[in-house]
Design a protein around this ligand. Structure first.
Ligand code: PT1
Length: 269
């Protein structure tokens, strides 16, 4: 899953030609590099990030989804917690909802069920603006696992197709370095819940803390984290650096397939 942020920067505001054009070029490049899904987000959820209004978020993401849909073959995921953004994005062509609040916001569950698209339910303790202040868990792996299990139950109870649910432990969302490491080491326990597990580790501060690297220098650390996650059963990785991640995961797959080759593979006699 390639990350496509459409949050404004010094060069462009959402919705204008340069913003849309830049996003399209970045998205097409990630697909060429091997991304199977594009995750588009119009509101930052990084630690300390300020909220954005619904209309503002729609103005940022909808023009990009409308322009991108006919130009790429892969599904577009909308990274949002707002039901009005979910609805507008799916109407514009998004084929998946990625909600860091696991559809706990008012009206989100109903809109997601109505949309009928796959949904990623993520764990977060607190809210982005303050979540890193003092996160506390008794046992982070079992608490995240229980939270995700309950959210799956609630969503399926509300009419969601269980085959269209994914889960995510939410690395960096109200977690200390020790919490993130416990979750990375314990990903196997989340994978045994049933639904495919997605993780976002790419360039996050936990990689920065472990390596002493700035955000643009975290590729090697991010690749190690992606490999460790996939080795533990994770099915989707949300990343900025698609080419390098695809290479790393090709190596993982080759070794895995070598250990248990398919019947008709070139390795059978
Ligand atoms: C994620 C994720 C996401 N992460 C899903 N969606 C972000 N499903 C946005 C840091 O510690 O992991 N899973 N959408 C980005 N959020 C963060 C959080 C970015 C923490 C950086 C950090 O540096």
């Amino acid at each position: 899953m390639g990350v496509l942020n459409v949050t404004p920067d010094s060069f462009s505001d959402g919705g204008d030609f340069f913003g849309v054009d830049r996003a399209l070029r970045r998205a097409e490049r990630m697909v060429e590099e091997g991304a199977d899904i594009l995750d588009i987000g119009g509101e930052s959820t990084q630690p300390g990030a300020a909220p954005v209004s619904g209309p503002e978020e729609i103005e940022r993401v909808v023009p990009v989804i409308e322009a991108l849909g006919p130009r790429v073959s892969v599904p577009i995921s909308i990274d949002t917690s707002k039901p009005e953004v979910m609805r507008a994005a799916v109407n514009a062509g998004a084929g998946m909802i990625n909600d860091v609040r696991a559809l706990r916001g008012p009206g989100a569950l109903e809109v997601a069920v109505e949309a009928g698209v796959p949904v990623c339910l993520m764990h977060m303790q607190g809210e982005p603006r303050t979540m890193q202040a003092a996160p506390v868990y008794r046992d982070v792996v079992s608490e995240v696992r229980d939270f995700l299990r309950r959210r799956i139950q609630v969503c399926v109870g509300a009419g969601m197709d269980p085959e269209r649910v994914l889960v995510d432990p939410g690395f960096g969302f109200g977690k200390t370095l020790a919490h993130n490491l416990a979750l990375l080491a314990g990903l196997g326990e989340l994978c045994s819940l049933g639904p495919p597990v997605l993780v976002g580790l790419s360039r996050k501060s936990m990689i920065g803390t472990l390596t002493g690297r700035s955000v643009t220098e975290r590729l090697a650390g991010s690749l190690a984290a992606a490999v460790l996650a996939v080795e533990r059963g994770v099915r989707l990785v949300r990343v900025h650096d698609v080419t390098a991640t695809v290479d790393a995961l090709r190596v993982v797959r080759a070794v895995r397939d070598f250990g248990s080759p398919a019947p008709q593979s070139e390795f059978s006699i």
